[in-house]
Design a protein around this ligand. Structure first.
Ligand SMILES: Nc1ncnc2c1ncn2[C@@H]1O[C@H](COP(=O)(O)OP(=O)(O)OP(=O)(O)O)[C@@H](O)[C@H]1O
Ligand SMILES: [Mg+2]
Length: 357
C-alpha cells in the first residue's frame, strides 16, 4: 500500500458568500507527481494555497503524514511553494536567494552550504552563484526558484503554473528536467497547470478540477482513454461527441442512433431501449477503410492538413451539418472533397450515461 503524504478531507473554501472549493477530498501519495488541471478560475491555486497554509480552509481538514495541519501556520508546514512569478529577491544573488529559507530556519552554516551546493548542481546552475536575477534568463530564474524550493529538504513541493511564462522550447526542456529531478529526489510534487499537454506528459496522476470539485482523478492514460464525464472528454484532447438513443439490444451489442442519424453498434452494458447515451470517440480512433462493414459510413473529407507526422482532417457525413474530427498516422494523401468510408470501431467508443446532457 502506498503511503499517503497529504490528505484533503472534505475541504471547502468560501470567499464572501461563494464557495470556490466544494467538499474536496484527495489523497496524495508519497513521491508522486500529482497535477491539478482545470480551466482558469476553477480553484487550483486556492487548493495549493490551502495546502501551504497561505489560505485558511472554511470547512474540512488537511493532513500531512497523518498529522492534522489544518490550523498550523504556513511557516511550520513542511511544504514549499514555487510561485508562478518565481518571487526571487531582485537584490539578492542566486546563492543568497537559495540560502534565504535556510537562514530563516537557522540551519547551521556548514550544512546550509552543502545543501545549497547540491541544489545548485542539481538544477545545473554551477558558476551562476554570484549573479542577480536580472542577469538570468527566464529558464535560469525558474531553476533558482526550484533550487530554493528543494533546498529545504521538505517532502512536498507545490508548483503553481511554474513553467507557463517560458517559451515553448524551453518549457518542453524544463518539463523533462523537472520530471527527472522529481524522480531523483523522490519528492512529492503537486503541480498546477491549465495546460493539458503538460499534465499528460509529466504527471503520475491528474486531478481534473472543474468549478471547485474533482471531476476525475486518474493516470494520464485513464483520463485520456476513459473520460468519465463530458467535461473531462472535452477538456483533455480532442473528441467527437455524439448524443444517441438505444434502439435495439442483443446480448453483447446495443444498436444506437445518433442525433445526426448514424446507426452505431456499441458494447451493450445492460442498456434498455430508449436509454439516452453520450458517445465519445477520439479523432485518432476513427479509421478510413476500403469497404463497408459495421459502424462504417460514407463521408466527404474537408480541411485536410498534413504536418509531417500526422494527417488531420474533418469528414462531413449525413446531411453534412456535422463533421467528424479524424487524425491519421498513415502517409496516404487525401484531397479535400474526396469521398471515403470512415469506420468508428466499437471498442474505441467511450459511453457516458444518461446524465451527461
Ligand atoms: N482572495 C479572494 N477573494 C475572493 N475571491 C477569490 C480570491 N481568490 C480567488 N478567488 C476566486 O476563487 C476562484 C478560484 O480562484 P483560483 O485562483 O484558485 O483559480 P485558478 O484555478 O488558480 O485559476 P487560474 O488558472 O486563472 O490561475 C476564482 O473565481 C477567483 O475569482
Ligand atoms: Mg491559479
Amino acid at each position: 500500500m502506498e503511503k499517503v503524504i497529504i490528505r484533503l478531507e472534505n475541504v471547502s473554501k468560501k470567499y464572501d458568500k461563494d464557495y470556490v472549493i466544494k467538499n474536496l477530498s484527495l489523497d496524495i501519495y508519497d513521491g508522486e507527481f500529482l497535477t491539478l488541471l482545470g480551466p482558469s478560475g476553477c480553484g487550483k491555486t486556492t487548493v495549493l494555497r490551502m495546502i501551504s497554509g497561505l489560505e485558511a480552509v472554511t470547512e474540512g481538514k488537511i493532513y500531512l503524514e497523518g498529522e492534522d495541519i489544518t490550523d498550523v501556520s504556513p511557516i511550520y508546514r513542511a511544504v514549499n511553494t514555487i510561485f508562478q512569478n518565481f518571487a526571487l529577491f531582485p537584490h539578492m544573488t542566486v546563492w543568497d536567494n537559495i540560502n534565504f529559507g535556510l537562514k530563516m530556519k537557522k540551519v547551521p552554516v556548514d550544512i546550509a552550504q552543502k545543501r545549497i551546493k547540491d541544489a545548485i548542481s542539481l538544477v545545473k546552475l554551477d558558476g551562476y552563484e554570484k549573479r542577480y536575477p536580472s542577469e538570468l534568463s527566464g529558464g535560469e530564474q525558474q531553476r533558482v526558484a526550484i533550487a530554493r524550493g528543494i533546498v529545504m529538504n521538505h517532502k512536498v513541493l507545490l508548483l503553481d503554473e511554474s513553467l507557463c511564462s517560458l517559451d515553448l522550447k524551453l518549457k518542453r526542456e524544463m518539463q523533462v528536467e523537472l520530471k527527472k529531478l522529481q524522480k531523483k529526489l523522490k519528492m512529492t510534487f503537486i503541480y498546477v497547470t491549465h495546460d493539458q499537454d503538460e499534465a499528460l506528459t509529466m504527471s503520475d496522476r491528474i486531478a481534473i478540477i472543474n468549478n471547485g470539485t474533482i471531476e476525475q482523478l486518474g493516470s494520464p492514460r485513464e483520463i485520456y482513454h476513459h473520460p468519465k464525464t463530458l467535461f473531462t472528454a472535452d477538456f483533455i484532447g480532442e473528441s467527437n461527441i455524439f448524443k444517441a438513443v438505444v434502439k435495439k439490444v442483443s446480448k453483447d451489442i446495443a444498436y444506437v442512433v445518433t442525433k445526426e442519424g448514424l446507426l452505431l453498434e456499441v458494447d451493450n452494458n445492460e442498456y434498455q431501449i430508449d436509454d439516452k447515451l453520450t458517445l465519445i470517440v477520439r479523432p485518432e480512433n476513427i479509421q478510413i477503410v476500403n469497404k463497408q462493414s459495421s459502424n462504417t459510413y460514407i463521408g466527404k473529407i474537408i480541411n485536410y492538413i498534413y504536418d509531417g507526422a500526422l494527417a488531420k482532417m474533418e469528414v462531413k457525413f449525413g446531411d453534412e451539418k456535422k463533421a467528424l474530427k479524424v487524425t491519421l498516422f498513415d502517409d496516404k494523401n487525401y484531397e479535400d472533397d474526396s469521398q471515403v468510408y470512415f469506420k468508428i470501431p466499437k471498442e474505441s467508443i467511450t459511453i457516458l450515461g444518461d446524465n451527461n446532457e
